[in-house]
Design a protein. Structure first.
Length: 210
């Protein structure tokens, strides 16, 4: 698999040079340093999602061709909407391929990311659960642009049952998780994440679709 070290060496945090974005940009820089530290400590084990150890996931930020909606999956177990994605597998040659496979498995959508460069890197702190001890999940997201009428079908395994197009302004203003559900430890990213992704989507729209 293409190494995370290569990705980190070639990824620059998004910054649209607007003052309003700076705190979100600083949070992403902090997450990148947390990932660097995890890679230095774990090496290739970061791909194996070992219990209690930091792991890496690939996810898809899916928007329609008009850049008005984003496609989200509702996770009934955790009770929140999320991008489609998951842990790396041995069959994945790199993180973009991981995001492609996960998108297909969870929605039956066959698509490729707009760029091999990630749109976002974020670290979530997962609390102890039946799946294992508390640990960090480092998610690498890629941007997908698909027709608004594309056919999709949610994979019912793991409690993932509904997929919906959400208007981007609604997505921007919604909390990424239900804070009453103890899925993630509360940290600033839980609130700012949607705003961060929204601003990046709008930047790509302006740069490449106007």
């Amino acid at each position: 698999m293409e190494t995370v070290r290569f990705l980190l060496n070639n990824y620059k945090p998004f910054n649209n040079r607007k003052t309003s974005y700076q705190p979100l940009y600083d949070l992403e820089c902090n997450d990148i340093e947390r990932l660097r530290a995890a890679v230095a400590k774990e090496g290739d084990d970061i791909y194996k999602h070992l219990p209690g150890h930091p792991c890496i996931t690939g996810s898809s930020v899916v928007v329609n061709m008009e850049f008005t909606h984003t496609l989200l999956l509702y996770h009934h177990i955790h009770e929140f909407h999320k991008q489609m994605g998951g842990h790396t597998e041995e069959c994945d040659k790199d993180l973009p391929e991981c995001s492609v496979r996960e998108l297909c498995e969870e929605s039956e959508i066959h698509a490729a990311p707009l760029f091999r460069r990630p749109i976002d890197l974020i670290t979530w702190r997962m609390i102890e659960s039946k799946q294992g001890p508390e640990h960090d999940v480092h998610d690498v997201a890629f941007l997908f642009v698909v027709p608004g009428d594309i056919k999709f079908n949610a994979n019912p395994s793991g409690g993932k049952k509904e997929i919906m197009w959400m208007p981007l302004p609604e997505f921007r203003d919604a909390e990424y998780i239900d804070r009453n559900k103890p899925t993630f430890k509360n940290n600033p990213q839980n609130i700012e994440y949607n705003q961060r992704i929204y601003e990046k989507i709008m930047w790509f729209k302006k740069k490449y679709y106007h």
